[in-house]
Write a protein that binds this ligand. Sequence first.
Ligand code: GSH
Length: 198
Amino acid sequence: MLLYNSPVSGNCYKARLLLAQLGIEYERREVDVIDRSERPRLLGELNPALSIPTLVLDDGSPLAESNAILWYFAEGTPYLPQERLARARVLQWLSFEQYSLQPYIALLRYWLSIAHITVPQQKIDARKPAGYAALDALERRLGERSFLVEERYTIADIALFAYTHVAPEGGFDLAAYPAIREWIGRVEAQPGYVAIGA
Ligand SMILES: N[C@@H](CCC(=O)N[C@@H](CS)C(=O)NCC(=O)O)C(=O)O
Protein backbone atom coordinates (compact mmCIF):
# COMPACT_ATOMS: atom_id res chain seq x y z
CA MET A 1 0.00 0.00 0.00
CA LEU A 2 1.28 3.45 -0.87
CA LEU A 3 0.38 6.75 0.82
CA TYR A 4 0.99 9.99 -1.04
CA ASN A 5 1.92 11.99 2.01
CA SER A 6 3.37 15.11 3.50
CA PRO A 7 4.88 14.98 6.98
CA VAL A 8 3.46 18.42 7.81
CA SER A 9 -0.07 17.75 6.62
CA GLY A 10 -2.71 17.19 9.29
CA ASN A 11 -4.90 15.44 6.74
CA CYS A 12 -2.14 12.94 5.97
CA TYR A 13 -1.44 12.62 9.68
CA LYS A 14 -4.96 11.33 10.27
CA ALA A 15 -4.20 8.36 8.00
CA ARG A 16 -0.73 7.86 9.48
CA LEU A 17 -2.09 7.85 13.04
CA LEU A 18 -4.86 5.32 12.41
CA LEU A 19 -2.63 3.04 10.33
CA ALA A 20 -0.03 3.12 13.13
CA GLN A 21 -2.67 2.28 15.71
CA LEU A 22 -3.94 -0.59 13.58
CA GLY A 23 -0.41 -1.86 12.95
CA ILE A 24 -0.86 -1.65 9.16
CA GLU A 25 2.31 -1.23 7.13
CA TYR A 26 2.55 0.93 4.05
CA GLU A 27 4.98 2.93 1.97
CA ARG A 28 5.04 6.70 1.76
CA ARG A 29 5.76 8.94 -1.17
CA GLU A 30 6.37 12.51 -0.08
CA VAL A 31 4.49 15.22 -1.97
CA ASP A 32 5.32 18.92 -1.80
CA VAL A 33 2.53 20.98 -0.20
CA ILE A 34 3.90 24.31 -1.42
CA ASP A 35 5.05 23.63 -4.99
CA ARG A 36 2.05 21.84 -6.47
CA SER A 37 3.35 21.60 -10.03
CA GLU A 38 3.99 17.85 -9.79
CA ARG A 39 0.48 17.01 -8.61
CA PRO A 40 -1.09 16.28 -12.02
CA ARG A 41 1.72 13.87 -12.89
CA LEU A 42 1.73 12.16 -9.50
CA LEU A 43 -1.98 12.09 -8.69
CA GLY A 44 -3.79 12.77 -11.97
CA GLU A 45 -4.81 9.13 -12.47
CA LEU A 46 -5.61 8.58 -8.82
CA ASN A 47 -7.49 11.52 -7.36
CA PRO A 48 -9.38 14.14 -9.39
CA ALA A 49 -8.89 16.67 -6.58
CA LEU A 50 -5.08 16.18 -6.75
CA SER A 51 -5.02 16.43 -2.95
CA ILE A 52 -3.16 14.46 -0.35
CA PRO A 53 -3.60 12.14 1.39
CA THR A 54 -4.18 9.83 -1.54
CA LEU A 55 -3.75 6.15 -0.88
CA VAL A 56 -3.23 3.31 -3.32
CA LEU A 57 -4.46 0.04 -1.84
CA ASP A 58 -2.64 -3.23 -2.39
CA ASP A 59 -4.93 -4.14 -5.30
CA GLY A 60 -4.16 -0.80 -7.01
CA SER A 61 -7.42 0.93 -6.07
CA PRO A 62 -6.96 4.60 -5.18
CA LEU A 63 -8.70 6.16 -2.19
CA ALA A 64 -8.56 9.87 -1.32
CA GLU A 65 -9.98 12.28 1.27
CA SER A 66 -8.58 11.90 4.75
CA ASN A 67 -11.86 11.09 6.44
CA ALA A 68 -12.84 8.52 3.80
CA ILE A 69 -9.48 6.83 4.42
CA LEU A 70 -10.17 6.83 8.16
CA TRP A 71 -13.61 5.33 7.60
CA TYR A 72 -12.31 2.60 5.28
CA PHE A 73 -9.68 1.35 7.71
CA ALA A 74 -11.74 1.81 10.88
CA GLU A 75 -14.62 -0.29 9.58
CA GLY A 76 -14.87 -3.46 11.68
CA THR A 77 -12.45 -2.16 14.34
CA PRO A 78 -13.09 -0.46 17.70
CA TYR A 79 -12.26 2.88 16.07
CA LEU A 80 -15.68 3.00 14.36
CA PRO A 81 -18.83 2.13 16.34
CA GLN A 82 -21.28 -0.41 14.93
CA GLU A 83 -24.47 1.12 16.24
CA ARG A 84 -26.35 3.26 13.71
CA LEU A 85 -26.70 6.50 15.68
CA ALA A 86 -23.11 6.37 16.94
CA ARG A 87 -21.86 5.90 13.35
CA ALA A 88 -23.91 8.88 12.24
CA ARG A 89 -22.42 10.92 15.07
CA VAL A 90 -18.93 10.00 13.91
CA LEU A 91 -19.92 11.28 10.48
CA GLN A 92 -21.33 14.41 12.14
CA TRP A 93 -17.91 15.20 13.61
CA LEU A 94 -16.03 14.29 10.42
CA SER A 95 -18.25 16.74 8.53
CA PHE A 96 -17.79 19.41 11.19
CA GLU A 97 -14.03 19.00 10.87
CA GLN A 98 -14.07 19.54 7.11
CA TYR A 99 -16.50 22.45 7.00
CA SER A 100 -16.18 24.29 10.31
CA LEU A 101 -12.64 23.70 11.51
CA GLN A 102 -10.34 23.04 8.60
CA PRO A 103 -11.00 26.20 6.52
CA TYR A 104 -9.95 28.33 9.49
CA ILE A 105 -7.57 26.47 11.79
CA ALA A 106 -5.77 24.36 9.18
CA LEU A 107 -5.58 27.19 6.67
CA LEU A 108 -4.06 29.66 9.12
CA ARG A 109 -1.52 27.04 10.19
CA TYR A 110 -0.66 26.53 6.54
CA TRP A 111 -0.23 30.23 5.88
CA LEU A 112 1.70 31.03 9.06
CA SER A 113 3.74 27.92 9.85
CA ILE A 114 4.02 25.79 6.69
CA ALA A 115 4.10 27.97 3.60
CA HIS A 116 5.23 31.10 5.43
CA ILE A 117 3.49 33.18 2.84
CA THR A 118 2.81 36.85 3.37
CA VAL A 119 -0.89 37.21 3.95
CA PRO A 120 -2.47 40.55 4.83
CA GLN A 121 -3.25 40.67 8.56
CA GLN A 122 -6.83 41.57 7.71
CA LYS A 123 -7.23 38.26 5.87
CA ILE A 124 -5.80 36.36 8.83
CA ASP A 125 -8.00 38.18 11.33
CA ALA A 126 -11.06 37.48 9.21
CA ARG A 127 -10.56 33.71 9.69
CA LYS A 128 -10.02 33.87 13.44
CA PRO A 129 -13.62 34.17 14.73
CA ALA A 130 -14.82 31.09 12.85
CA GLY A 131 -11.76 29.15 14.03
CA TYR A 132 -12.48 30.07 17.62
CA ALA A 133 -16.16 29.20 17.09
CA ALA A 134 -15.05 25.70 16.08
CA LEU A 135 -12.89 25.47 19.21
CA ASP A 136 -15.84 26.69 21.31
CA ALA A 137 -18.01 23.91 19.88
CA LEU A 138 -15.36 21.30 20.63
CA GLU A 139 -14.90 22.66 24.15
CA ARG A 140 -18.64 22.44 24.82
CA ARG A 141 -18.73 18.83 23.62
CA LEU A 142 -15.59 17.74 25.46
CA GLY A 143 -16.60 19.57 28.63
CA GLU A 144 -19.19 16.87 29.20
CA ARG A 145 -17.43 13.75 27.92
CA SER A 146 -14.01 12.16 27.47
CA PHE A 147 -14.21 11.59 23.72
CA LEU A 148 -16.38 12.96 20.94
CA VAL A 149 -18.61 9.92 20.43
CA GLU A 150 -19.73 7.16 22.78
CA GLU A 151 -17.19 7.90 25.52
CA ARG A 152 -14.50 6.08 23.60
CA TYR A 153 -11.71 6.93 21.21
CA THR A 154 -12.89 6.76 17.59
CA ILE A 155 -11.92 8.16 14.21
CA ALA A 156 -13.97 11.25 15.15
CA ASP A 157 -11.26 12.02 17.72
CA ILE A 158 -8.48 11.30 15.21
CA ALA A 159 -10.04 13.60 12.61
CA LEU A 160 -10.55 16.50 15.04
CA PHE A 161 -7.27 15.98 16.86
CA ALA A 162 -5.16 16.33 13.71
CA TYR A 163 -5.50 20.09 13.34
CA THR A 164 -6.77 21.01 16.82
CA HIS A 165 -3.63 19.96 18.67
CA VAL A 166 -1.50 22.10 16.36
CA ALA A 167 -3.94 25.04 16.32
CA PRO A 168 -1.35 27.28 18.09
CA GLU A 169 0.75 26.97 14.91
CA GLY A 170 -2.07 28.88 13.22
CA GLY A 171 -2.10 31.53 15.94
CA PHE A 172 -4.94 30.04 18.01
CA ASP A 173 -4.47 30.11 21.77
CA LEU A 174 -5.76 26.99 23.55
CA ALA A 175 -5.27 28.43 27.06
CA ALA A 176 -9.00 29.11 27.46
CA TYR A 177 -9.91 25.58 26.37
CA PRO A 178 -9.20 23.23 29.32
CA ALA A 179 -11.46 20.41 28.09
CA ILE A 180 -9.74 20.42 24.69
CA ARG A 181 -6.32 20.38 26.34
CA GLU A 182 -7.27 17.41 28.54
CA TRP A 183 -8.70 15.56 25.53
CA ILE A 184 -5.45 16.18 23.63
CA GLY A 185 -3.66 14.45 26.50
CA ARG A 186 -6.09 11.52 26.35
CA VAL A 187 -5.57 11.12 22.60
CA GLU A 188 -1.79 11.24 23.01
CA ALA A 189 -2.08 8.48 25.65
CA GLN A 190 -3.84 6.05 23.28
CA PRO A 191 -2.02 2.80 22.42
CA GLY A 192 0.02 3.09 19.24
CA TYR A 193 -0.11 6.89 19.22
CA VAL A 194 2.42 8.56 16.93
CA ALA A 195 3.11 12.29 16.79
CA ILE A 196 2.45 14.37 13.67
CA GLY A 197 6.15 14.65 12.89
CA ALA A 198 6.84 10.89 13.24
N1 GSH B 1 -10.65 17.38 2.11
C1 GSH B 1 -9.33 16.91 1.89
C2 GSH B 1 -8.37 18.05 2.00
C3 GSH B 1 -6.97 17.62 1.65
C4 GSH B 1 -6.04 18.77 1.55
O1 GSH B 1 -6.41 19.95 1.61
N2 GSH B 1 -4.79 18.42 1.39
C5 GSH B 1 -3.78 19.41 1.16
C6 GSH B 1 -2.56 19.08 1.93
S1 GSH B 1 -2.94 19.03 3.66
C7 GSH B 1 -3.61 19.40 -0.32
O2 GSH B 1 -3.08 18.48 -0.90
N3 GSH B 1 -4.22 20.35 -0.98
C8 GSH B 1 -4.22 20.32 -2.41
C9 GSH B 1 -4.07 21.62 -2.98
O3 GSH B 1 -4.35 22.56 -2.28
O4 GSH B 1 -3.64 21.68 -4.13
C10 GSH B 1 -8.97 15.81 2.91
O5 GSH B 1 -9.52 15.84 4.01
O6 GSH B 1 -8.17 14.93 2.57
